[in-house]
Design a protein around this ligand. Sequence first.
Ligand code: TYD
Ligand code: MG
Length: 462
Amino acid sequence: MPALIRPRSQPYVCDSCATPHAKWVGRCFSCSDWNSLVEVGESAGGRVPPADARPLSGLAPTGAEAVPTGLAEADRALGGGLVPGSVTLLGGEPGVGKSTFTLQLAAARAQASGRVLLVSAEESASQVRLRAGRLGAVHDNLWLGDDRAVEGIVSQLDRLQPALLIVDSIQTVHLVADEGAPGSLSQVRACAHRLVVEARTRGLAIVLVGHLTKDGSLAGPRTLEHVVDTVVELAGDRHHTLRLLRVVKHRFGPTDEIGLFEMGGDGLRSVDDPSRVFLADRALGVAGSVVLPAMEGHRTLLVEIQALVVRAATPHPRRSPQGLDVRRLALLLAVLERRTEVDLGALDVYATVVGGVQVTEPAADLPLALALVSATTGRRLASDTVAAGEVGLGGEVRQVVGIERRLNEAHRLGFRRAIVPATTPEVAVGLDVVRVSTVAEAVAVAGLLPGAAGEAGRDHVR
Ligand code: TYD
Ligand code: MG
């Protein structure tokens, strides 16, 4: 069990940003908040018995065995399931489906083996019961608690001896013994620390739900990332159905797996073939559309990148990316202006990833650049073509990770041609691989310049 120690020389901690301080000051020197320092109790800084260091070779390599939750995509992302005695933090924006996910996870685990205690501090027991009925998540082994005090939750652990505890959410429970206001940083941390101790001593798996703020950081729980063993994030656009379960940190397994779900009327369903979901509504024959075989962890998803340009209505043209990095878009516009004959300087530019996902990997550069040029010249890329590659400031097209996987996935879905970096190694894939070393070359081979032998579209900007 890790001792929860703070150096005795720094007995104060900022309640806003968690920076330790040697003495009390009126204003935190780190985040500049006023009156935010709180004294950390003696118990936290208590004495620790000396532990002698041992040679690494003398230790038995006992591994932590994950127990499957029974929810296939979650087990896949977590590298097999949840490890007894470990604590997992599940983050996500409000409304993304954390409560739905944890309820389904709880039911699946209860069905598989052992008791599950779900503490719903945000919704009433009857609300949860109603939802569970709709999700088919009612099970005798699934117990529901709505005690918001951690002390009360612990006494339920004594009574029920569950194998899994889920707390929804860590921001809405509180420790009676802690003086901080519910939801404050000191409360959130005190509750998490206490629950970590319970997990370790009982060999109990715990999932803590935490709300993410808009900028993507776990509000308050950010500091918990160090305390817990695993951090997973449920991501997706509220207005779209696809949800990604991403592992951000994992003490017991890989962090490059993801789980994919679709939110439906009966909760989250596993998605086995995500690329088909993304491309289902694709409009063929429209300029400004290019497909990228994107990588999420180990998985390849084919996503459509779209661009639209119109004459700017103001002297300051608008650059509006959705699901794409705004700085990457600006950089690509600059590269296109300098390294190709296409000038988008006086145009409003809209660029989006279809399906409500975020694609921030460098491989999106080339398809985005091609989509921008296509939208400007009105000439469209052949609809059976994909593109992937990073674009440098010199206009050079650089290699990206996992190119073989990407091409295989594109081939599987019926694409016949791929525009890739010149340095792409010889790969045995069933599609026509077109290697380019510059973005200008890519634009030319894609047939996007006026007068080229490509497919003409109708909607170019005059
Ligand atoms: P919820 O799990 O409450 O989100 P969170 O706990 O992350 O705030 O789910 C939020 C949304 O999911 C809600 O707007 C409705 C939708 N939803 C469905 O579409 N289908 C369902 O079966 C359920 C339970 C929810
Ligand atoms: Mg919720």
